[in-house]
Ligand binder design. Structure first.
Ligand SMILES: NC(=O)c1ccc[n+]([C@@H]2O[C@H](COP(=O)([O-])OP(=O)(O)OC[C@H]3O[C@@H](n4cnc5c(N)ncnc54)[C@H](O)[C@@H]3O)[C@@H](O)[C@H]2O)c1
Length: 254
């Protein structure tokens, strides 16, 4: 029995769904009987996750997108709507950064690439999706920010943290401007999350050190974020608008 039966038949588009938090989110919505569209620049990876979901009796389709490119975004969102005739939920999950760097060490190219991937992407995807979300009875936007956009850690990237802070502010604008149309916009801000990519990058000592600073004494899992997004997209959260859910085990409380 699905926890959120209202998702049956709703169309959920997730960017960055070929791996990590995005893939876990696509799987979680598919388990709730939603129609899931996996949008990713890694077309093959997205197709593989979609095939796994279908093999478990879920409904999933992969479409290629470059979230930083206006034409690609407009084309991909149009393809979602032409396939399903509607769009109910947009989850902006694609994001990340190349390397840890101080501001002095950051090149202009790195800065622009990081801001485009994390911030312009959310602007472009929301702008393309809004006309369709307005026609939904349960329109939702969920933006994946980061603890790096909530506070400053020693080891991060100024371009990344600044972009994620801006994503939070963009979420508030969306909440204010789309609320009258019945659309909610919220964000999540995860701490370091044990995706396969992060697990490969971090040593056992790194993981233990970060976990020791978290009151719950562990890093986040992709499923922790997926569950927070299921809740934000659900009917139970219909009066939550413009909020940030900190998926961080109590590491930073605000
Ligand atoms: N993993 C963490 O520790 C962590 C912590 C806080 C926030 N986040 C945020 O969560 C989100 C997902 O992180 P993750 O670690 O699961 O990511 P990941 O690196 O595992 O996956 C990112 C996905 O985005 C896709 N992608 C990259 N560039 C793209 C583009 N231009 N267009 C479309 N797709 C593109 C990649 O192909 C990949 O499938 C990101 O926004 C990230 O900033 C991650």
């Amino acid at each position: 029995m699905p926890k959120y039966p209202e998702f049956s038949g709703r169309v959920i588009a997730v960017t960055g769904a070929a791996q990590g938090i995005g893939a876990a989110t696509a799987r979680a919505f598919a388990e709730q009987r939603a129609h899931v569209v996996l949008l990713d620049i890694d077309e093959l990876g997205a197709q593989q996750v979609a095939a796994e979901i279908r093999a478990s009796d879920g409904r999933a389709l992969a479409i290629k997108i470059d979230v930083a490119d206006e034409k690609s975004v407009d084309h991909a969102i149009a393809a979602v709507v032409s396939e399903f005739d509607k769009l109910d939920v947009l989850i902006n999950c694609a994001g990340g950064y190349g390397r840890l760097a101080t501001l002095e060490d950051t090149t202009v190219e790195e800065w622009d690439r990081t801001v485009a991937l994390n911030l312009r992407s959310v602007f472009l995807c929301c702008r393309a999706a809004i006309p369709h979300l307005k026609k939904s009875k349960a329109g939702r936007i969920i933006n994946v920010a980061s603890i790096s956009g909530r506070t400053v850690f020693a080891a991060s990237s100024p371009a990344y943290g600044s972009s994620k802070a801006a994503v939070i502010q963009l979420t508030r604008f969306l909440a204010q401007q789309l609320g009258p149309a019945g659309i909610t916009a919220n964000a999540i801000a995860p701490i370091t999350t044990l995706t396969r990519r992060v697990a490969a990058l971090r040593t056992k000592e790194d993981v233990e050190r970060i976990a020791s600073q978290v009151p719950l004494r562990r890093l986040a899992t992709p499923e922790d974020s997926a569950q927070a997004m299921l809740f934000l997209a659900s009917d139970a959260a219909s009066y939550l608008n413009g909020i940030v859910l900190d998926v961080n085990g109590g590491r930073v409380m605000m």
